[in-house]
Design a binder for this molecule. Structure first.
Ligand code: 5RP
Length: 230
């Protein structure tokens, strides 16, 4: 790699990290004392956790992954098992792709099953991202979590699909990625959801999403999608 190219890559990476931090800090401002808060998973959420901890509010959190739980607890946040709360006020999480209408692809970190449960439990689901995440149209790969039982049959039904070389989910699921065309995300989501053996897929519909905060350089774009509120 030339020195010039290496410098460009370094500057882009630095910009993306700044954008993630700004979006995460803007989302932390939405949290008020007394709230129940769902915490997503990933490198953008990694900026959210210290921003929440700095606010020193009395909040009760639910984590979408063991990684997030551990990081949040190390920062002094109160994290509860998701057996104790039947509703969350606000969930904040990252995304891998954001389509113009609010459809998302999630699961790059293999946590999409629990992330969808935590998002769907919230009155307000807020997505935080850097400026590389918006896309004109969703594209593969689409993460999926599968049951081990009957795995070869499930893989055949889902083809083209590839197993991902990552550990199982905390719920014992096998992580894979669907590599076919996305086309209409609602139609693909319905097809994936109807496949026996598929635990959850990484397509998140707009009616789950209240707002999207996207870092752009030194500012944050707020998009209102209008979903959530269950
Ligand atoms: C994990 C996810 C993450 O939210 C998604 O992959 C975005 O991650 P990052 O903030 O690191 O870009 O869905 O399963």
């Amino acid at each position: 790699m030339s020195a010039e190219r290496a410098e460009r890559v370094r500057a882009e990476r630095e910009r993306a990290e700044r954008e993630k931090r700004l979006a995460a800090e803007a989302a932390a401002e939405l949290v008020a004392g007394g709230m129940t808060v769902g915490l997503g998973t990933g490198s953008t959420v990694a900026y959210l956790l210290p921003a929440l901890a700095r606010r020193r509010q009395s909040i009760r959190c639910v984590a979408s992954s063991p990684r997030t739980r551990q990081a949040a607890e190390e920062l002094g946040l109160t994290v509860e098992a998701f057996g104790t709360l039947d509703h969350l006020d606000l969930t904040i999480d990252g995304a891998d792709q954001i389509a113009p209408g609010g459809w998302l692809v999630k699961g790059g970190g293999a946590a999409h099953t629990r992330e969808k449960i935590v998002a769907a439990a919230a009155t307000r689901f807020v997505v935080i991202a850097d400026s590389r995440k918006p896309v004109d149209a969703l594209h593969p790969p689409i993460p999926v979590e599968l049951l081990e039982f009957g795995l070869p049959v499930t893989l055949r039904r889902l083809a083209p699909v590839a197993l991902r070389d990552v550990p199982r989910s905390p719920d014992g699921g096998v992580i894979a990625d669907y590599h076919g065309d996305v086309g209409d995300p609602a139609r693909l989501a319905a097809r994936l959801a109807a496949t026996p053996g598929l635990v959850e897929h990484g397509l998140f519909p707009p009616d789950l999403v209240a707002e999207i905060l996207i870092g752009h350089g030194d500012s944050v774009e707020h998009r209102t999608i209008g979903g959530s509120s269950r």
